[in-house]
Ligand binder design. Structure first.
Ligand code: NAP
Length: 227
């Protein structure tokens, strides 16, 4: 782990949630882990994290942008430091949110099992992990690296867009030999998508009000997604 991480905090940048679980060892704490490529992060992701926090009684949500996603090696993904910076700008101001460099700093391709195993090892048993991501990603969960181990490390919250039928995800779960603690929930604001935002920028169109203002400024200043 880099020196920068050690100076800031162990799990997340501020270190605010590093000691979660130690305050009252007799109590259960739920920690949300918001995993995604976040290329770019948008208001749908933020609403999703906030609603998951409320609905699943999460003490905090730590956003962990992927480093080098194994399943996207064949396409262009914005550099991990730029994606991390956009997440940092987006979550600033919410005391229950923070951003982590865990996957940005880990060399090689990113696998969720490595992240969750690290977190499981770090936190005491009274901290339960809830991995939040999109339902599209969850459909393939059963094929992710070390699926049987993954299922023991965390519960999974799959957020879907309006109109998206979660049946495919449920059917995949039924068929799978590995059983996950899986929760599905619909997030209306997820009608916004990163793919659509990249297309808008490439076509010279505005992303204003679809991403937080400082993120929009960053995208424009860095000329991201223009080609
Ligand atoms: P993706 O394939 O780009 O996204 C799948 C769908 O889910 C997209 O529609 C995406 O919308 C949405 N989505 C992604 N993250 C979300 C979030 N946190 N909340 C709500 N919607 C979200 O998936 P990805 O972003 O690359 O991967 C998602 C997470 O799954 C990451 O943490 C990744 O590391 C993990 N993953 C792990 C493995 C593995 O370990 N083998 C394999 C696949 C994925 P937007 O485009 O609008 O974000």
């Amino acid at each position: 782990m880099s020196e920068a991480v050690m100076q800031r905090g162990v799990v997340s940048e501020s270190g605010r949630f590093d000691r979660l679980g130690q305050l009252d060892p007799g109590r259960e704490y739920r920690l949300g882990i918001m995993g995604g490529t976040f290329d770019p992060i948008h208001l749908g992701h933020l609403v999703c994290a906030e609603q998951a926090r409320e609905q699943f009684d999460l003490a905090a949500v730590i956003f962990i942008p992927t480093g080098q996603p194994a399943w996207k090696l064949d396409r262009h993904v914005t550099g991990s430091e730029d994606r991390l910076e956009m997440v940092r700008l987006a979550v600033a101001g919410n005391p229950a949110f923070d951003v982590s460099r865990l996957e940005t700093d880990r060399p090689g391709v990113t696998y969720t099992v490595d992240t969750l195993a690290w977190l499981r090892d770090y936190y005491p048993d009274n901290v339960k992990l809830y991995f939040i991501t999109g339902t599209d990603a969850i459909i393939q969960l059963f094929q992710w690296r070390s699926a049987d181990r993954l299922a023991k490390l965390a519960s999974f919250i799959a957020a879907s867009r309006p109109g998206y039928e979660p049946e495919a995800a449920l059917a995949a779960h039924e068929r799978s030999a590995v059983k996950f603690d899986l929760h599905l929930f619909e997030v209306p604001a997820l009608a916004i998508s990163s793919t659509d935002l990249r297309r808008r920028r490439a076509a010279g169109r505005s992303v204003r009000y679809l991403v937080p203002e400082p993120v929009e400024k960053f995208i424009v200043d860095r000329q991201l997604y223009r080609s």
